[in-house]
Ligand binder design. Structure first.
Ligand SMILES: NC(=O)c1ccc[n+]([C@@H]2O[C@H](COP(=O)([O-])OP(=O)(O)OC[C@H]3O[C@@H](n4cnc5c(N)ncnc54)[C@H](O)[C@@H]3O)[C@@H](O)[C@H]2O)c1
Ligand SMILES: [Zn+2]
Length: 366
């Protein structure tokens, strides 16, 4: 059931204040948020695909006599590198960035991670504001202060915890998002519904949630709220933040073995959730109806349920789950019940292999 609420504020409360505002139409209405009203010197970097929204923001910022430098920039996962960060540093230098400047980034997770990392290190850290423009960015990448770029030997290896002063989430920006990018984000919403339970789970189950359905602003806000609550307890991922990795052991293994970009992260997370749910049924007695529910969502969102042509040895190696790896320390996030995740160590590698192939291989699908 959709409620009439159309504005959410979720307050983070660790080292420094950081808030998330979620409101459809936030940017188009052109109301400047507190963090930007006070700023005198702003650097805005945006994806050219959201130029219209960026234009509205720039016009409003100019009104108050602020200095605004604007850069439209297309980058993809391959450009999430130190070279790109270096170019950003040069642009900051050229524009005389000071300690009281604010960097604003309006784009998907790739742009947010890269610009956030540059902001975290330039002058030992300058303030930034994120305006995520993909579903994945809004519910995950821009939330929680993790920023990073890739190194030649691995993804997100150079990074920092640098909370944005604010995150402005406008679900209306998602109207231009292609379906495949939508699917990249829904895997995380499903993951959150499973580990958070409560309202989010009920809402996802209670309505046929399709791309563009008016219930989405609320679902986005609930997904953000859960992540913020977890991050408030555990910014640096030593306890409850690990729960957010539900479905990700397999997802990362698949992405690495297949080659990044071959499968979207959301599709990999969906597949990973199915495996984690079956393991939860086997090891923790989870009710199989939970997986039934997850599979219904995946069918509605057209996320793949199985995958073909995969070298499972490679996937297991990437997961650190092959025979040779020390599995004693390998941590899985499983589910005892909806909304009750648990860290599980030392799962038998033979069981992992059996479940993985039985559940995900095209012709074996359970
Ligand atoms: N820091 C974190 O905590 C965290 C969490 C999850 C993911 N991530 C990172 O996020 C990245 C993936 O982010 P992503 O899925 O947003 O991909 P992305 O940033 O590459 O964006 C996907 C595509 O959508 C386009 N796009 C952006 N906004 C649009 C809009 N409103 N309309 C139409 N097209 C639009 C982009 O130009 C791009 O082509 C990965 O690098 C991942 O590591 C980070
Ligand atoms: Zn993820």
């Amino acid at each position: 059931m959709m409620s009439t609420q159309q504005h959410w504020e979720i307050q983070a409360s660790f080292h420094r204040e950081s808030r998330v505002v979620c409101e459809p139409g936030l940017i188009r209405r052109g109301t400047l948020m507190a963090e930007l009203i006070d700023a005198r010197h702003i650097l805005l970097i945006h994806d050219p695909l959201v130029a219209e929204h960026a234009g509205i923001l720039v016009e409003r910022l100019h009104h108050g006599g602020r200095t605004v430098a604007v850069k439209a920039w297309t980058i993809d996962e391959r450009d999430k590198t130190m070279e790109t960060v270096q170019r950003l540093y040069e642009w900051f230098g050229h524009n005389l960035v000071r300690r009281d400047s604010i960097v604003v980034v309006m784009g998907g997770g790739v742009l947010t991670d890269t610009v956030g990392f540059a902001a975290s290190t330039y002058l030992r850290g300058i303030a930034w504001v994120a305006i995520p423009t993909t579903l994945l960015g809004q519910v995950d990448a821009a939330i929680g202060g993790k920023v990073a770029v890739n190194l030649p030997h691995g993804k997100n290896l150079a990074g920092a915890f640098h909370l944005p002063r604010a995150v402005y989430v406008d679900p209306d920006i998602l109207k231009t998002l292609p379906l495949v990018q939508w699917q990249a984000g829904v895997g995380e919403v499903m993951k959150t519904a499973l580990i958070a339970g409560g309202t989010l789970f009920k809402q996802l189950s209670g309505s046929p949630v399709r791309f563009g359905d008016p219930v989405w602003p609320e679902l986005i806000a609930h997904t953000i709220r859960y992540k913020v609550e977890i991050v408030n307890q555990d910014l640096e991922e030593s306890g409850p933040r690990l729960y957010l990795n539900f479905g990700h052991t397999v997802a990362h293994g698949l992405e690495q073995a297949l080659g990044y970009g071959t499968i979207t992260h959301g599709a990999a997370v969906g597949l990973g959730c199915r495996v984690a749910l079956v393991l939860s049924e086997t090891l923790l007695g989870l009710d199989p109806h939970v997986r039934g529910q997850a599979e219904t969502w995946m069918a509605i969102w057209k996320l793949p349920m199985t995958i073909s042509g995969v070298n499972w040895d490679q996937v297991l190696r990437a997961m650190g789950q092959d025979k040779k790896a020390d599995t004693g320390g390998q941590r899985w996030i499983l589910l005892e019940q909806i909304g009750k995740p648990k860290v599980q160590k030392g799962i038998d590698p033979d069981l992992v292999r059996r479940v993985l192939t039985n559940v995900l291989e095209e012709n074996h699908a359970v």
